[in-house]
Write a new protein. Sequence first.
Length: 271
Amino acid sequence: MRVFSAANRFGALALSLTLLAGCASNDTSDEEPDEFAGVQERELYELARTALDSNRYPIAIDRLEALDTRYPFGAHAEQAQLELVYAYYENSNWEEARAAASRFIRLHPDHPQVDYAYYLRGLSAWQAGRFSLERLRLIDISKRDLGASRDAYNDFRELIQRHPQSEYAPDAQQRIVYLRELMARHELHVADYYLRRGAYLAAVERGRWVIENYPESSATRDALATMVEGYQGLDMDDRASEVLAVLRENAPDHEQLQGNRFVPKHVKKSD
């Protein structure tokens, strides 16, 4: 049997350490070089602007992110941060755009273009809600989860509240009207589901929510009808009659009103 001496063991150990060091050295040499090393702030900003102007948004994002990292307090820092929001938006990076817009708003609340950051934040949420699919009539997004749409609604409202004279306020207001109808319809879809399942109290609460939170929505008339039907299902006839009187006064031509009768959709009971 061959026996290694202590010297041989130490020699083998030294050799293995040398090989490991060589591997580590090779790994370091394989790292990608920093393409922006040595590029000054103004030059890097101009490179980013060139990419933006030619609609090469992924390249613009790389350059603007590098500018933001290397020169966070430079002469072009604020403008670069704002243009990064725009680049994310145009590249369909909705979450990144919202995060960058929120960061810009937090860091520069008095910036003369902060209203633009609010607007882009709202637009990013709007797009995240997949409104383009509704225009193609592929889906009814009022039946889907509307988390992004609620974000857009809140963003546009905040823009108008904080900057009512903004050039983006009129467009934001139009989008708010649309979103209000969308979210009200969504609540009524849920209320209808509750009525069909016999969860009448939950249906009443959904109807009340629409009336209290979206009073300017055209869906309020259907919300009143939902409440009438829910109260009927609960055998709360007095409350049903009160809400029915409001419905008759405000929407006498409602489809569930036939003469003096209220025709429920799901509850097997009439007034």
